[in-house]
Design a binder for this molecule. Structure first.
Ligand code: NAD
Length: 511
């Protein structure tokens, strides 16, 4: 069955299809007459139309998830894992289809889109070992004839709210872990690029996820508020901007829900004078401009210790040589940004940097891509001599813009990074172990790279953003991810003949 936007784009002249909801195992068209166009950012073509799921449909999705929970939680964990084994196989089979959909709706290059799917696939692979990950603990003989053990039990209905920038990876951070733990799930993909989530849902059903265990609803603020307010939803995973994330965190927490909220970033690279020149320049260019800077772990600020002048010319040369174009074309390094409004915002933040005294050493604003004149393209842009009080530094730009700052010493560079409100990631480039170790100890960021520009941990660790980049206390995937989607029950059992000492009302102790 077609879920709309599973195909890369509608046939020429055809009316774009409406993206469906997934409720109780069925891909159903929404009754809503409010639909948002999903737009190819390289062409402005309408790929599909995403409904603002009605309240009734939303409730039906939650009800389906609630009803499916008892049977699913009692399904043997090995059987739940086996569904994930099949799911990962199907994701591999349909990797190209997923990547093409991501490129069509989100804009990133096909190769980058494959990476988007692959990093999510690794989470599915990790979930295949859930029996070990969800294991409880046992202490024998805590008192005479008494043992205590703990069990990690699923919560019930969980929900996920996704951003536009990783249409496959981020849904895969969420529901595979949640459902393999025994929960059921309601997912709300980004309204800007829901297609990959719909393909993944089809694959999940094909893999054997039972009806009602995974449900999908669409929309924006109203659907999100419904998720926050619903009494049957126990936990919410959110990834996106700070404005939305803090709203969801507050609203859902006031209803007693667990929330893990991964939010915005301003990731710094500190470049020491002893850094390996070629490797560092390549890392800055790749991590600054890859995915057109629309990664939450993009390196958006380079702090050069001992001055940036000696780095600038070569940095500009390498950034200028990148090929900007539609992600479906061969040999392209970076595609368009997601919307026209995003392009306008990025360009105005660049202009604000210039107005406040930064040097624009590479300007990507006036770029035209032949054959894709309507695309939301911004070329690699570098602003030098940026200072901490500039708006372009204070705000997350989320575009292909690298800011260059200067520091006299490693100490000053660390101070700059630590003063920033965000704490997603920070990297140091150096050949000195002493510098690296000091950076690792003193830097206030959740994910630290040492000669690694985008230090996103693989799924056996967790995604550990901190400060304003994260709200909650249990991170995505890894051990923390399993803890987030489970609650602990402790059981104390006594298997001995009760001594005939009468009744004691004193607090029992094990002395
Ligand atoms: P966004 O906040 O605009 O949208 C994310 C989700 O929230 C969408 O599903 C959207 O429908 C919903 N939403 C948006 N505004 C809302 C509101 N006012 N009330 C309720 N719901 C709302 O984010 P985006 O533009 O899609 O994604 C980009 C942002 O996500 C960037 O800030 C980026 O740094 C961040 N991000 C963070 C991580 C991370 O792991 N820290 C990963 C990827 C993206």
């Amino acid at each position: 069955m077609s879920t709309a936007s599973a195909d890369a784009s509608p046939a020429r002249g055809a009316q774009p299809l409406a993206v469906r909801n997934l409720i109780n195992g069925e891909f159903v068209e929404s009754r809503s007459d409010s639909l948002i166009d999903v737009i190819n950012p390289a062409t402005q073509e309408v790929v599909s139309r995403v409904p603002l799921t009605t309240e009734e449909e939303f409730k039906a999705a939650v009800y389906a998830a609630k009803r499916a929970f008892p049977a699913w939680r009692n399904t043997p964990i090995t059987a739940r894992q086996r569904v994930m084994f099949k799911f990962q196989e199907l994701i591999r089979r349909d990797m190209d289809k997923l990547a093409l959909n991501i490129t069509t709706e989100q804009g990133k290059t096909l190769r980058d889109a494959q990476g988007d799917v692959f990093r999510g696939l690794e989470v599915v692979e990790h979930a295949c070992g859930m029996a070990t990950l969800q294991m409880g603990e046992f202490v024998s003989n805590v008192s005479h004839g008494i043992d205590t053990y703990s069990i990690r039990e699923p919560l019930g209905v969980c929900a996920g709210i996704c951003p536009f920038n990783f249409p496959a990876m981020i849904p895969l951070w969420m529901f595979p872990v949640a459902i393999t733990c025994g929960n059921t799930f309601v997912l709300k993909p980004s309204e800007k690029d829901p297609g990959a989530a719909m393909i993944l849902a089809e694959l999940a059903m094909e893999a054997g996820v039972p009806d009602g265990v995974l449900n999908i609803v669409h929309g924006t603020t109203d659907t999100v508020n419904n998720i926050c307010d619903d009494d049957d939803i126990r936990a919410i995973s959110f990834v996106g901007s700070n404005a939305a994330g803090m709203h969801i965190y507050g609203r859902a927490a006031s209803k007693g829900k667990r929330v893990q909220s991964n939010m915005g970033a301003k990731n710094h690279a500190v470049i020491m004078p002893d850094a390996s020149v070629d490797a560092t320049l390549n890392a800055l260019v790749a991590a600054g401009f890859g995915a057109a800077g629309q990664r939450c772990m993009a390196l958006s600020t380079a702090v050069f210790v001992g001055g940036s002048k000696q780095w600038e010319d070569e940095l500009v040369k390498r950034a200028r040589s990148l090929k900007v174009g539609a992600g479906v074309e061969p040999g392209i390094d970076l595609g368009p940004v997601i919307t026209r409004q995003a392009k306008e915002r990025i360009c105005s933040l660049i202009q604000s940097g210039v107005a406040s005294g930064a040097r624009l050493v590479l300007d990507g604003r006036d770029i035209t891509v032949p054959g894709y004149e309507d695309g939301n393209f911004v070329g690699p842009t570098i602003l030098a001599d940026v200072t901490g009080d500039m708006k372009c530094y204070e705000e997350e730009i989320f575009g292909p813009v690298l800011l260059c700052m200067q520091a006299e010493s490693l100490e000053e560079a660390i101070e700059i990074v630590n003063k920033n409100k965000y704490g997603n990631g920070a990297s140091i480039f150096t050949t000195s172990g002493v510098h690296a170790r000091r950076f690792q100890n003193e830097i206030e960021a959740g994910q630290v790279g040492i000669n690694v520009p985008i230090p996103v941990p693989l799924p056996f660790f967790s995604f550990t953003g901190s400060k304003a980049s994260f709200a909650g206390d249990l991170n995505f995937y890894g051990k923390a991810g399993v803890q987030f989607y489970t609650q602990i029950k402790t059981v104390t059992q006594q298997w001995k003949d009760l001594p005939g000492q009468g009744v004691s009302l004193a607090m029992p102790t094990s002395q």
